[in-house]
Design a protein around this ligand. Structure first.
Ligand code: UDP
Length: 327
């Protein structure tokens, strides 16, 4: 297929591009490089642009006879969404609506959308199934939920085919070590712990040790980025006019912050200095995916279920690229 990948120079997007190209699809990467990296995209297939640039998008759709969009482009820092919500509403909602308008104008009828478990807010049931109430507790999660609702309405009215994939915690890196996670500023647990192992940071602060969990620290479901990529390909295969898929992507197994740190010590062979700090605002105690929906809807399940294997792939990337993509 001819596929446009927005945010294809970002973390999850670049891994999806690698898988799509590997399957023989014709792929175009569209990224404004605000958080993406030029080094993460093949220059032959890269177009720099912003979701608000409808003319640029329309030209790409028409010139390359685009049949489907994978839409990763978004701002995704929870804390920043609280302090600067306008940035999130403008990009994640207004930008995505511009993309959807342009798709309609150009007759592009399929989209795979990066959603998030942050749309659930504080879960009432863990592991979380897809029909769990969605009540986000931060602007980031709310912007993703608004687009999920728009997609449902567009599927109903305009016969758009969509899959909204609600990721749990994306982690790890490509097996060949060619691409990986590089955020500035970095805020995610695994890369931060690995920066301690590399001597780039003195310690990792554990955000809260008084949660109602066995060791007092937050539990998350760390899903390998290559597994996320394969789920996107499966979702794309299922799309047709009016098809609406809403699906969680996780392993079904949770790890506490302390368990992640211990696993990082075992993988890297380095002692990680920890400091116990207060809770981070907006962090639910436990977010773990019920993976049954993905098995049923996409015939997909995570292949990387050992957290140490996932961390080892991230370590391979971070230790070979201590400055990320270097831009
Ligand atoms: N976390 C932590 N210290 C850090 C960064 C994260 O203790 O320096 C915790 C955070 O509170 C959460 C988990 O690690 O419970 C995963 O956080 P991350 O930011 O990686 O992903 P999120 O769950 O926010 O999407």
């Amino acid at each position: 297929m001819n596929i446009l990948v927005t945010g294809g120079a970002g973390y999850v997007g670049s891994h999806a591009v690698k898988h799509l190209v590997g399957k023989g699809h014709n792929v175009w990467v569209f990224d404004n490089l605000v958080y993406g990296h030029r080094g993460a995209a093949d220059p032959k297939r890269f177009v720099q642009g912003d979701l608000h640039e409808k003319d640029k998008l329309a030209k790409l759709f028409r010139e390359h006879k685009i049949e489907a969009v994978m839409h990763f482009a978004a701002y995704a820092l929870v804390g920043e969404s609280v302090t600067d919500p306008a940035k999130y509403y403008q990009n994640n909602i207004v930008g995505t609506l511009a993309l959807l308008d342009t798709m309609r104008e150009c007759g592009v009828g399929k989209i795979v959308f990066s959603s998030t478990c942050a749309t659930y807010g504080v879960p009432q049931i863990v592991p979380i199934p897809e029909d769990h109430p969605q009540a986000p507790i931060n602007p980031y999660g709310y912007t993703k939920l608004v687009i999920e609702r728009a997609l449902e309405d567009y599927a109903h009215a305009y016969k758009l085919g969509f899959a909204a994939l609600r990721y749990f915690n994306a982690s790890g890196a490509a097996a060949d070590g060619s691409i990986g996670e590089d955020h500035t500023p970095e805020s995610h647990l695994i890369p931060l712990v690995l920066q301690v192992a590399l001597g780039q940071r003195e310690h990792i602060t554990i955000f809260g040790t008084d949660y109602p969990t066995p060791d007092g620290t937050c539990i998350r479901d760390y899903i390998h980025v290559d597994d996320l990529a394969t789920a996107h390909l499966k979702a794309l295969e299922k799309l047709g006019p009016g098809v609406a898929i809403k699906c969680n992507l996780g392993t079904g197994v949770g790890q506490s912050v302390r368990e992640v740190i211990t696993a990082c010590e075992e993988v890297t062979g380095k002692r990680i200095k920890t400091v116990e700090g207060p809770r981070r605002e907006g962090d639910p105690p436990e977010l773990v995916c019920n993976p049954a929906g993905a098995k049923r809807m996409l015939d997909w399940q995570a292949q990387h279920t050992d957290i140490k294997e996932t961390i080892a792939s991230a370590w391979k990337w971070h230790s070979a690229h201590p400055n990320g993509f270097g831009d």
